[in-house]
Design a protein around this ligand. Sequence first.
Ligand SMILES: C[S@@+](CC[C@H](N)C(=O)[O-])C[C@H]1O[C@@H](n2cnc3c(N)ncnc32)[C@H](O)[C@@H]1O
Length: 293
Amino acid sequence: MNDPFQEDSAAGPLGATGKSEGKMSTETEEKLAASLTAETTELLPFLPYLLQDFWELGSDPMVIAELIKEQVDLSENTKVLDLACGKGAVSVKIAQKLRVKVKGIDLIPAFTEFAAQKAKEFDVDDLCDFAVDDINEAVKKEKDYDCVILGAVGNVLGSPIETLNKLRSTIRTGGHIVIDECYLPDDGKQEDVRYNNYEYFTKKQWEALFDKAGLELIKTVLNSDDTENLDSVSGMAAITTRANELIEKYPDKKAIFEGYIRSQQNEYDDIDNSLVAVTWILKKRGHHLEELL
Ligand SMILES: C[S@@+](CC[C@H](N)C(=O)[O-])C[C@H]1O[C@@H](n2cnc3c(N)ncnc32)[C@H](O)[C@@H]1O
């Protein structure tokens, strides 16, 4: 894991060694930072350190595992793709629980390395494969999956319709998509969202897009508090402790670490007050409107 306390590590974002691995576009960097509630790309090198106390980074692996178990015809040949898999909590737990093959892809090498270690620890390394890539590139190559997961990734794949079309392109007809998202209640307002990172859609708007993208909504799970997750009080305490350690080490960057604590708190407040956290499972129909036009 990237350790900003090592001498060379402040130099470059993301690499397990702290060294930058390849140049990414400003937009990719900005969306990457935002996907982890960081308001500035300056925080990128520090995210593995700040998040070291967590395995789950967003979605609830048990909710996703249950949905897949319930809705997908599973066999030993079932292939699942976990896009922006973070530290692999979802991938490893579904491999362990459902005995399916999982490929997890994330842009932060320290995260995929952590995920691979966890797969070993849980004795599912024969079922799991982790790779470092931009998921916008990965969707062009990864095809014919039985199920694809996008858990707590926001707008990294583009607008909601772009996201749905990209996800759809990775699965076979009859395959499933699992999305963990937040939507705006019908009477909610974008201005009420405190961590105002991108435009949230209402449930109705999402549902219209599912249809347009040739996807059938099979089941919706509204997410209650997941105690292992970042939105717990202890989660906030862990983030604050790590941010304070970084402030001590890098006093000149105090403002960005304090900003990180604030944006995390705002995001949890949004989920409690202004947004609805949901997990959807959808099924790919044979064709979709845009293909017919
Ligand atoms: C909030 S985390 C969710 C992680 C995981 N899906 C989960 O639910 O635990 C968002 C993840 O998106 C990843 N990410 C953001 N932009 C990406 C990109 N362009 N390609 C691959 N991964 C990306 C981040 O590195 C981070 O691990």
